[in-house]
Design a protein around this ligand. Structure first.
Ligand code: B3K
Ligand code: ZN
Length: 876
C-alpha cells in the first residue's frame, strides 16, 4: 500500500470555503447532493486539475457552475473524481450527486445504520464515503446541510451547528436545515436521523448565553442518560474555569448509538457516542462505567476547542488534538474525583497499553512521520503518551506559564489547522524557555530508561544521585538523541519528613524537579547529614522506566511514608512486582514461591489504614496483572508460570490477613442509598478487592455467592460474578451465578458484554473453548464492535494463560476470528490484531506458534489495508 510521509505535506491547490449538502435518506439508496464552492489558491495556475477523494462512491451527476459536466472534463473512479480542466475563474461551483447504501455499510465509516438510526462517522477519512471531497483536515469549510427523510422513519433530523429551518415535504417526507458558522474540516461533519428519545437540558455560559443541550438515546432508555447530562454540564463549566473556554453554538447535542467503532466522536455541536459511554444507572453500570462516561463526555466536549476550533493541519499532527484533549480530560477527572487515585489509574493504563506499544514492533513517535493507514494511528502513544508530553510541558513551565501558553495557543491559532511546531512555539513564547530538546518527546519513539544509583558521604554530608538516560532503539530509529526529562523527586529522612539540603550541583533542579538533559548527571546535594530514602519520578512526572538500585528496606519505607501518594503507591507496587518476578523464576525452577511476612503484613496495614482513601487502598492491593509482570520480565515469557506466581501471592496475602480483611469487608458494607460519586465508588472498590482475596479462602465460594445475591448495584454484582467465575471456575456457585446473570440481562446487550468479558478472562487452558462456544451465543454478534471487543478482545488482551495456551490453539482461534471480523469491519479487526504485538517476548515455543498465526493472517486473500498494515509491521 501507499506510504504517506510527513515531509510530503503541501497545501492543496484548491480550497472549499462553502459546502452545501442535501441528503435524501433511504436505507438502500440515499441520494447526496453536494454543492461545493471551490476556490483556487493564489498563485496556482488555472490549468491545475482538481482531484477529489472518494471511497467506493457511485457518481450520479456532476455540474460545474450549473452546467452538466462533459465526460471529457472528468475522470471518475469510485475512489477519485478529477476535474481535468476547472473553470478559469478564481471561484466556481461544483455540484456532485452520489448514491449510497447505508444499510449495507458494516464498516461503520461514512453514513451507516445502527438500530435503524442513520448516523455518520467521518474521522479520519469517512467523509469520502459520502461524497467526493478534499477529505483532509486542512480544508476548512462552512457547512449548510439539509436532511430529507420519511417522518415516520426519522422524526429526528440532526446535523452540525444550529438548526435553521424545518418543514413538511408531502408524501410522508419532511426536512430539516442546519448551519454551522464555524469553518471545519470534513472529518467533523455529522448527521443523525431516526426515531430516538430525547433528554433535554440547558446551560448558561460564562458570558450569559443559553445553550440548549440534548442527549438522544434509544426510546425507553431516557432515564439512563442523566449521569451523562450531568457530566456534560460539569465539563462545560470546568472548561470555562480551568481554560477560559466558552461554548460557541446555540445547541449541543449528543447521540448514543449501539454500533460504533470506538468510544465517541467530537463532531462539531453533534457528538456521536458509543451508547456504552452514555447509558448508565446503578442496576446496569459499574463504577468504572460511570467514570468512563464522565471522562469521555468531557473529552469529546473539550475537543470543541482543542480539535474543532483549532484543528490539525494533517493526520501526522493527530496528537495535537488527541494528546492535548486527553490531558484536559485527565485534569477534569482529577478535579472531579481524587487526584491521587486518578493519577495512579492513568499510569496503570499508560503502562498497560502504551509501554508495550512503545517497546514492540508497532512503536512510533507521538507525532509519526509515516503511515499507511491512518486509522491504525489512533494509538495509546498518540493519546496517552501525547497527554503525558503535555503534562511535562506544564511541569517544566509551571501552572501559570502553561496557562499563558494555552491562552496564546487559542488566541493565535483559533480557526486554523495547526501543527505540533505551532503548539510548542506558544509555550516557548509564553515562557521564554527553549523547548527544542524537549520537542524530541514528539519526534522520537521508545520509552526512555533512567538508571539511578545513590551514595551518601556522611563525613562530607553529601548525597549523590548518579543518573543515566538511554532510549532503546525502535523500528526504523536505531539511534536516539538525548532527551530532556523532568524527573520529580523527594529526599525523605528516617522520620518520614523531607530532608533539607543546602546546595545542589550537577543538574538544574527547580521546584523538586531534576532536569535531565545529558546522558549522565551526577547530582550532588550538600548539607545532607543522614542518608535519605529517595522518592523518584513523583507523580509520574515523566513517562520513563526506572532502573533503581534501591534496597528493599527503602522500598518498604517509601511504601509506608512517601508523602507523594503516587510514589507511595509505586513503592508498594514495585515490591509486589519484584516478588512476583522472583516467584516466576522459582516456579520455572520447580520451586513453590514463598513470600516475606513483612510484605503480606504491609498489605494488611495498607488495607486497614484509615488515613488513606479507600479507592487508593483498593488500587494498592490490586496485584500487578499477569501482563504487567510479563512486561517487566520482558523476554522468554511463560504466562502460566507468571500466573501461578500471582495466584500464590494472592493466596499468601489473603491467608495472612484473613481476619482483618473479613472484618473490614463487613464494615464497608454499604448501608446508604447508591451514589456513583468517587468516594462511594472507592468504598465499593475496596470491599470488592477484599472479596476477591477472601474468595480464595475456605468458604470463599459461598461468600462470593452471597455477595452476588445481595448486590444492589452492578459494581458489586459484576465483582462477585468475577470472583466466582475466576476463583471458583466450574463450581455450582459459579455456574448458577452465570446463568442467573444471563437470564436477568439477556435483553441488555451492554450488560451482556460484562458477562462475555468475565468469562473470556477466566484463566486457564479451557478459555479458548469457552470463548469459541460463546461466539454462538444469542447475545453475541460479530457485526457489533462492543460484542467483539468484550468477548474476543478481552480473551486476547486480558487472558494471558488462555490466549497464550502452550499448544497455540488460542492464537489459531484468534487469527480465524480476526479474519472473520475483518470481512465486515477492517478497522475493528486491525485493532484486535494488535493483541499479538508482544509476540517476540514469549518463550520460543509460543513465539513460533504466534508467528504462524500472524503469517496465516498475512497470507489471507484480499486483506484490507488496515489489517495488512498491522500484521506486516508486527511481523517485520
Ligand atoms: N476523534 C475520535 C476518534 C476517531 C477515530 C477514527 N478512527 C474520538 C476521540 O478521540 O475523541
Ligand atoms: Zn479525542
Amino acid at each position: 500500500g501507499q506510504v504517506f510521509k510527513l515531509e510530503d505535506y503541501r497545501p492543496n491547490d484548491y480550497l472549499i470555503p462553502l459546502t452545501n449538502l442535501t441528503f435524501r435518506l433511504s436505507p438502500e439508496a440515499t441520494i447526496v447532493t453536494a454543492v461545493l464552492t471551490i476556490e483556487r489558491r493564489d498563485g496556482i495556475s488555472a490549468a491545475a486539475p482538481l482531484v477529489l477523494d472518494g471511497d467506493g462512491l457511485t457518481l450520479r451527476r456532476a455540474e460545474i457552475d450549473g452546467k452538466k459536466a462533459k465526460p471529457a472534463d472528468l475522470k471518475v473512479t469510485p475512489d477519485q473524481l478529477t476535474i481535468l480542466k476547472p473553470p478559469s475563474a478564481h471561484r466556481f461551483q461544483l455540484l456532485i450527486e452520489t448514491e449510497l447504501a447505508p444499510a449495507g455499510n458494516e464498516a461503520l465509516m461514512g453514513l451507516y445504520r445502527s438500530n435503524n438510526v442513520y448516523c455518520t462517522q467521518c474521522e479520519a477519512e469517512g467523509f469520502r464515503r459520502i461524497t467526493y471531497f478534499l477529505d483532509r483536515p486542512d480544508i476548512l469549510s462552512v457547512y449548510t446541510v439539509r436532511i430529507e427523510a420519511l417522518r415516520d422513519e426519522a422524526p429526528l433530523l440532526l446535523s452540525n451547528g444550529n438548526p435553521v429551518d424545518k418543514g413538511d415535504l408531502g408524501d410522508g417526507w419532511h426536512y430539516a436545515g442546519w448551519h454551522d458558522p464555524f469553518p471545519k474540516p470534513s472529518y467533523l461533519f455529522a448527521l443523525v436521523a431516526g426515531n430516538l428519545g430525547q433528554v433535554a437540558d440547558s446551560f448558561v455560559t460564562m458570558s450569559g448565553r443559553e445553550v440548549e443541550l440534548g442527549i438522544y438515546v434509544e426510546r425507553g432508555k431516557e432515564n439512563l442518560a442523566g449521569y451523562a447530562m450531568d457530566a456534560l454540564k460539569r465539563s462545560m463549566r470546568w472548561d470555562e474555569e480551568a481554560f477560559g473556554r466558552e461554548y460557541d453554538l446555540d445547541v449541543f447535542n449528543i447521540v448514543a448509538v449501539s454500533d460504533f467503532n470506538m468510544g465517541a466522536m467530537e463532531n462539531k455541536g453533534l457528538n456521536i457516542f458509543n451508547d456504552k459511554y452514555v447509558l448508565a444507572d446503578q442496576e446496569t453500570a459499574t463504577d468504572a462505567d460511570f467514570a468512563n462516561i464522565e471522562a469521555i463526555i468531557a473529552h469529546e466536549y473539550f475537543h470543541n476547542w482543542t480539535g474543532n476550533r483549532i484543528t490539525c493541519r494533517d493526520w501526522f499532527q493527530l496528537c495535537l488534538k488527541e494528546g492535548l484533549t486527553v490531558f484536559r480530560d485527565h485534569e477534569f477527572s482529577a478535579d472531579q474525583r481524587s487526584r491521587a487515585v486518578k493519577r495512579i489509574a492513568e499510569v496503570r493504563t499508560l503502562r498497560a497499553h502504551q509501554f508495550p506499544e512503545d517497546q514492540g514492533p508497532l512503536a512510533h513517535p507521538v507525532r509519526p512521520r509515516r503511515y499507511r493507514e491512518i486509522n491504525n494511528f489512533y494509538t495509546a502513544t498518540v493519546y496517552e503518551k501525547g497527554s503525558e508530553v503535555v503534562r511535562m510541558i506544564r511541569t517544566i513551565l509551571g501552572a501559570e506559564a502553561f496557562r499563558a501558553g494555552m491562552d496564546l495557543y487559542f488566541e493565535r491559532h483559533d480557526g486554523e489547522a495547526a501543527t505540533i511546531e505551532d503548539f510548542i512555539k506558544v509555550f516557548e513564547d509564553a515562557s521564554g524557555r527553549d523547548l527544542s530538546q524537549f520537542a524530541l518527546w514528539y519526534h522520537q519513539a521508545g520509552t526512555p530508561n533512567l538508571t539511578v544509583s545513590s551514595t551518601h558521604n556522611a563525613a562530607a554530608q553529601e548525597f549523590t544521585l548518579e543518573i543515566e538516560q538511554s532510549v532503546p532503539p525502535t523500528p526504523s530509529e536505531s539511534r536516539k538523541r538525548l532527551m530532556h526529562i523532568p524527573l520529580a523527586f523527594g529526599l525523605i529522612g528516617a522520620n518520614g519528613k523531607p530532608v533539607a539540603y543546602s546546595g545542589v550541583e550537577g543538574a538544574s533542579v527547580e521546584d523538586g524537579v531534576i532536569h535531565i538533559r545529558k546522558r549522565r548527571h551526577m547530582v550532588r546535594f550538600s548539607g545532607v547529614a543522614e542518608r535519605p530514602a529517595v522518592s523518584l519520578n513523583r507523580g509520574f512526572s515523566a513517562p520513563v522506566t526506572l532502573s533503581v538500585e534501591q534496597k528493599a528496606d527503602d522500598q518498604f519505607f517509601l511504601a509506608r511514608h512517601d508523602s507523594d501518594a503516587f510514589s507511595r503507591w509505586q513503592a508498594f507496587n514495585t515490591l509486589l512486582t519484584d516478588v512476583l518476578i522472583a516467584g516466576f523464576r522459582d516456579i520455572l525452577d520447580g520451586k513453590q514461591p514463598v513470600f516475606a511476612t513483612r510484605l503480606t503484613e504491609l498489605a494488611g496495614n495498607i488495607a486497614a489504614d484509615e488515613t488513606l482513601e479507600p479507592a487508593y487502598r483498593a488500587l494498592a492491593l490490586a496485584l500487578p496483572g499477569d501482563a504487567d509482570v510479563a512486561r517487566d520480565i520482558g523476554r522468554n515469557i511463560d504466562p502460566d508460570a507468571i500466573h501461578a506466581a500471582r495466584e500464590a501471592l494472592a493466596l499468601a496475602i489473603a491467608t495472612a490477613n484473613r481476619e482483618s480483611f473479613a472484618r473490614l469487608y463487613d464494615r464497608l458494607a454499604d448501608m446508604a442509598a447508591f451514589s456513583p460519586d468517587s468516594t462511594s465508588a472507592g468504598r465499593r472498590a475496596l470491599r470488592n478487592t477484599l472479596l476477591d482475596y477472601l474468595s480464595l479462602l475456605p468458604g470463599g465460594a459461598a461468600l462470593a455467592a452471597g455477595h452476588f445475591q445481595s448486590a444492589t448495584n452492578m459494581t458489586d454484582r459484576a465483582s462477585a460474578l468475577g470472583a466466582l467465575a475466576h476463583r471458583h471456575h466450574g463450581s455450582p456457585e459459579a455456574s448458577q451465578a452465570l446463568a442467573a446473570f444471563a437470564s436477568k440481562y439477556a435483553s441488555n446487550p451492554l450488560v451482556m458484554d460484562k458477562w462475555f468479558q468475565i468469562q473470556a478472562s477466566v484463566p486457564g487452558p479451557q478459555a479458548v473453548d469457552t470463548v469459541r462456544a460463546l461466539t454462538a451465543h444469542a447475545a453475541f454478534s460479530m457485526a457489533n464492535p462492543n460484542r467483539v471487543r468484550s468477548l474476543i478482545g478481552t480473551f486476547a488482551s486480558a487472558n494471558q494463560t488462555g490466549f497464550h495456551r502452550a499448544d497455540g490453539e488460542g492464537y489459531r482461534f484468534f487469527a480465524q476470528t480476526v479474519l472473520e471480523v475483518e470481512k465486515r469491519n477492517p478497522q475493528v479487526a486491525a485493532r484486535l490484531a494488535t493483541a499479538l504485538r508482544s509476540w517476540r517476548s514469549l518463550e520460543p515455543g509460543r513465539q513460533g506458534k504466534a508467528r504462524e498465526a500472524l503469517l496465516s493472517i498475512a497470507s489471507a486473500e484480499n486483506l484490507s489495508a488496515d489489517l495488512r498494515d498491522i500484521v506486516e509491521r508486527t511481523l517485520a
